[in-house]
Write a protein that binds this ligand. Sequence first.
Ligand code: FHN
Length: 432
Amino acid sequence: MEYISRPEYEKQLAATRDRRMKWWRDARFGMFIHFGLYSQLGRGEWVQLEENIPVDEYAQLANTFSVIDGAPREWAKLAKDAGMKYMVLTTRHHEGFSLWDSKVNEYNSVNYGPHRDIVREFVDACREFGLGIGFYSSLMDWHHPDAYKAAYDPEARERFLKYIQDLNTELLTNYGKIDILWYDIPKPMETFEGWGSLQRNQFLRTLQPDIIINNRSGLPEDFGTPEEHINFCDTDWEACMTFNGISWGYINSEQAKAYSYSPQKIITMLNTCIEGGGNLLLNVGPKPDGSLPEEVREPLLKVGKWLKENAEAVYTAEKIEIPIGGNGTTYESLSGNNVYLWTRVWSGHPEMGVGGYLKPPKRITLLSTGEEIKFEYKGQRLIMKDLPKECPDKNVGVPVFKLEFEERPEYLRGSYYPQIANGFDRSKGMKI
Ligand code: FHN
């Protein structure tokens, strides 16, 4: 295969990115699944390294690895019910154990443990529920004998890079159309040259021309991956978050519950991602037998119900490049000339105000029901009236008001109060 230079490669990627990523940008919300031998120990996916478990001793876990029938389908069904539009599965984490029928890596879930191709079951389930399909593929490997020597032994590196390419070739050849390749941890080599990523990714893209690749093989590729925090990138980006701020792999459900996110917290994270034009990839670490941990099901089902009722405020929302208003108790999203106020706290008062809109909206409705909301507008002050005492969102308590404007809303926060930044002409201020 003829390989092109990095500038040429990145020019070609840029030319096709909008087409390849439109579904992903609209999707907004996906499910990460961290499942592997480590799930049996319930002490996170780094247990082999953190506890210095010898490779051969750790490998014994392959014999006790047992997965209940239909586990991947349960994951996909919950993702669908949660309003998630794609999934990313750890096909092989740093432990080096492949969850598929690999001819390259005999340390896999067909030769050991469940004697099943979990990746195949995952792909079938994603397709059954109409979800985008992502493969997480670790570069770092704690099992392969060349995985560390590759850092200083050219022959070991050549063998290991071929191994990594062959693993990913199997994944992108044998399971039909795959939508996302999610690399992780480029160690011990630390540059795209060290990993041969420019050549490998060009080759892998010939297998899946529409695939989108994350930025963790040493090249920016298609999207950034802030982890466990949500910070905006200039390029496409997706914040990946654990469900509890502690572990990607399974940890004791009873203990994890106290740390696990509520539906309100998940909706908050989703809004923050949307405001910044990014996606949220929220993780689930299935139990040792592949079943879903109790603490994730209810919050995700509630979020799913909320998303069904407020889809318009989420999936078509745009990156917010202009101030769009809101008040101290709302999050906001924007789509065209419409502003959506995600009301985090229901005051119970008959009125709720929003200051700073320089023109009134044409109409205000409760998004989930379409119910008209009475309002008055005077002096850049919008007051919604006759609001019910009880919060109209009985599910999670986050009702969304849809404000329809004639044109993009002009908004100046605290426009009555020139002493704050937005309304204050600094050039006139006293230099004290
Ligand atoms: O080391 C991994 C970790 O186990 C987990 O898979 C996360 C998910 O983004 N990625 C690496 C840490 O950045």
